[in-house]
Write a protein that binds this ligand. Sequence first.
Ligand SMILES: [Zn+2]
Length: 57
Amino acid sequence: MDSTAREDRKITCKECKQPFIFTAGEQAFYEEKQLHDPLRCKDCRDRRKAETRSQGN
Ligand SMILES: [Zn+2]
């Protein structure tokens, strides 16, 4: 009955190679939005977002 139960998963960030936690709550969110698993930790995602904005390229 608990086949939908999720556990926190550890993913290695593609960018900084540091492990980060993909929480059960985030997994549910990603599944709902039909997104694939994140490749980067939050820090790297935030950094990329900031860089993209400042470069305007
Ligand atoms: Zn990272």
